[in-house]
Design a protein around this ligand. Structure first.
Ligand SMILES: Nc1nc2c(ncn2[C@@H]2O[C@H](COP(=O)(O)OP(=O)(O)OP(=O)(O)O)[C@@H](O)[C@H]2O)c(=O)[nH]1
Ligand SMILES: [Mg+2]
Ligand SMILES: [Zn+2]
Length: 296
């Protein structure tokens, strides 16, 4: 039995990187019966023929796993978003942050298309960036051609890490990788003028060896719902609330109407930003009103 790591999933094949090359594998039938889907990033064992085709036999327990994009065993996520084209949305950024924080994976924020933004858009963006930096996040603001220093810093981050790029279609995930490493030559796509968003150019998840680490380019997705997160877990995905929660009177405080709530107090004093709190309430409502899911 050989061992390796799935680096690409495409058209029913899992491409497993082993010491002596890449093997095109199928999953065992039993995985399907047990509702197990091998994921890019999985460490697996597999049987194979001499022509480098095989069957995945076992999957190592995962350290973590993301649903969108589907990938396992990553050490950090680069949340990619834009200052414009499409317009920056702090709601969407917070949605991505919650998704990543819920899995206890480190997020890094990259804002692209600085070169396309107006001065006003850049000023607004800089205010947001200051807010997110104050929360402890690392944020990079980049555009085409103009930020070699910033790009270098992003590149440094890839060393020894397994990084996944997350973000809507058309925000520039593939472009970022091409700038960091031009010989990759990944296909990128114009954004649709009429819809103002990307055209889903990248269609599969793939781990690429880069700067002594692995980085995954992924397809952008347009909707992100919290499928499994519970109401009580949500405020722990907002760093500033996570820190305040022990000071709330009730341990199960949801920071809505409960008395002696440290989060509401911090909101009044401006220590918690109103828009972050509003997003929290919106997500809380979404989770509350989520339709029960039935297993098939
Ligand atoms: N001017 C400018 N254009 C950018 C920047 N980043 C990305 N683009 C352009 O935005 C378009 C979309 O970029 P992609 O890299 O294909 O976006 P993606 O996030 O990989 O999109 P999907 O693969 O569809 O998920 C391309 O036309 C890029 O050239 C930037 O910082 N400045
Ligand atoms: Mg892409
Ligand atoms: Zn509270």
């Amino acid at each position: 039995m050989a061992e390796g790591r799935i680096v690409k999933a495409l058209s029913g094949f899992y491409y497993v990187q082993a010491d002596d090359g890449v093997y095109a594998c199928k999953g065992r039938g039993v995985f399907r019966n047990q509702n197990i889907t091998p994921l890019v990033g999985d460490f697996v064992t597999f049987d194979h023929t001499e022509d480098k085709e095989g069957y995945i036999q076992t999957i190592e327990p995962r350290k973590n796993e993301l649903v969108r994009p589907p990938i396992a065993n990553v050490t950090q996520v680069i949340i990619t978003t834009t200052v414009c084209q499409p317009k920056f949305s702090s709601l969407l950024l917070d949605r991505f942050l919650v998704e990543v924080e819920a899995k206890q994976i480190k997020p890094i924020i990259v804002v692209t298309k600085k070169d396309l933004a107006t001065e006003k858009e850049i000023a607004t963006m800089n205010d947001y960036i200051a807010d997110y930096q104050a929360l402890g996040y690392e944020v990079y603001f980049i555009g085409m051609n103009d930020s070699i220093d910033e790009l270098d810093k992003i590149k440094q981050h890839l060393t020894d890490e397994v990084t996944v790029l997350m973000g809507q279609s058309g925000v520039g995930k593939s472009t970022l990788l091409n700038i960091i490493h031009p010989s990759l030559n990944i296909e990128t796509g114009e954004i649709s003028k009429s819809l103002g968003r990307g055209k889903h150019t990248t269609r599969h998840v793939e781990l690429i060896a880069l700067n002594d680490g692995l980085v995954a380019d992924t397809p952008g997705f347009s909707s992100l719902e919290f499928d499994t997160l519970e109401q009580e877990e949500l405020s722990d995905c907002f760093v500033e609330m996570r820190e305040l929660r022990p000071a709330c009177k009730f341990r199960s405080c949801l920071h809505v109407k409960e008395p002696q709530c440290a989060v509401k107090k911090a909101l009044e004093s401006g220590e918690v930003k109103q828009y972050r709190y509003d997003h929290y309430i919106q997500f809380l409502d979404e989770i509350k009103n989520r339709k029960p899911r039935y297993s098939s």
